[in-house]
Write a protein that binds this ligand. Structure first.
Ligand code: F6R
Length: 261
């Protein structure tokens, strides 16, 4: 795993965007795994700047969102379908019918979940998966004790996740109790993982995921099993890392052939 510590949240966004662009340069029809929430906003902002500058185009790319709430209508402004349209598809110029979000409203959710994994495979698999991490260590909405082998499925949101996401809703009780999320096994099949975290609230989760034991209690520790995982954090989110100096040293001495972009 590569761990990159940068001074500011803005630099985290820029570095992660550069990793996505490096994938796009090799394959204009790349399949991008899309996270929602606050963490990837800096990535999308920088990608938008690059799209507007004519540096990259997502018109031929494919997108698969990590997760979706169950229990709110598609047109709810905080459904991840709405968020992905607003934050990713429109500003980055993705072709709308090439971007999918798990179907949280399916009559038979188990079928829809299976079909989602099948659609990812049919698209050739995810080339680069953007990830954030919850304060409880979740990635996607794989809450603690999620199996490392799990596939896209329905999960019950942890009370701390509902609390954290209450900021997007008018009141905490409006946050759905359930979701459909790519599983850890699904996420681990992506060619490349790029996880970003900013701020001191994420420091414990980041340290546990990177340096703690491999444990389903900390779903983010699944990244330790991946061949090409990059974690990009700001100084605050890096505060709990015991080997922070080593990561800084490694990045500062990174040979040209190993550059992120
Ligand atoms: C979002 C997702 C979650 C978030 C995590 C952090 O699609 O899958 O894992 O990345 O809850 O959320 P923020 O970034 O809002 O702190």
């Amino acid at each position: 795993m590569e761990v990159i510590i940068l001074p500011t949240a803005e630099e985290v966004g820029r570095a992660a965007a550069a990793a996505v662009v490096s994938v796009m340069r090799k394959k204009a029809s790349a399949v991008i795994g899309l996270a929602t929430g606050s963490s990837p906003q800096g990535i999308y902002t920088d990608l938008r700047r690059r799209v507007n500058a004519g540096d990259v185009s997502f018109a031929n790319a494919y997108g698969f969102a990590l997760d979706e709430y169950i229990g709110i209508p598609l047109e709810h402004p905080e459904s991840y379908a709405s968020v992905i349209t607003r934050d990713v598809v429109e500003p980055l110029g993705f072709t709308p019918d090439r971007v999918r979000v798990p179907d949280g409203r399916a009559a038979i959710p188990a079928f829809a979940a299976k079909e989602y994994d099948a659609a990812i495979r049919a698209a050739g698999g995810i080339d680069v998966q953007i990830l954030g991490i919850g304060t409880n260590g979740h990635i996607g909405f794989n809450e603690p004790t999620s199996s490392f082998a799990s596939r896209t499925r329905i999960k019950t949101l942890a009370p701390s996740t509902r609390e954290a996401n209450a900021r997007f809703f008018d009141s905490p009780d409006q946050v759905p109790t359930h979701c459909m999320t790519q599983g850890l096994g699904t996420i681990l099949e992506a060619e490349r993982l790029v996880l970003v975290a900013q701020g001191s609230a994420k420091a414990d989760a980041v340290a546990a995921a990177i340096e703690g034991p491999l444990s389903s209690f900390v779903p983010g520790s699944a990244l330790q099993l991946h061949e090409h995982a990059t974690v990009i954090v700001d100084e605050e989110a890096a505060a709990g890392l015991r080997l922070a100096d080593y990561y800084r040293y490694t990045y500062a001495n990174k040979p040209e052939w190993q550059q992120v972009s």
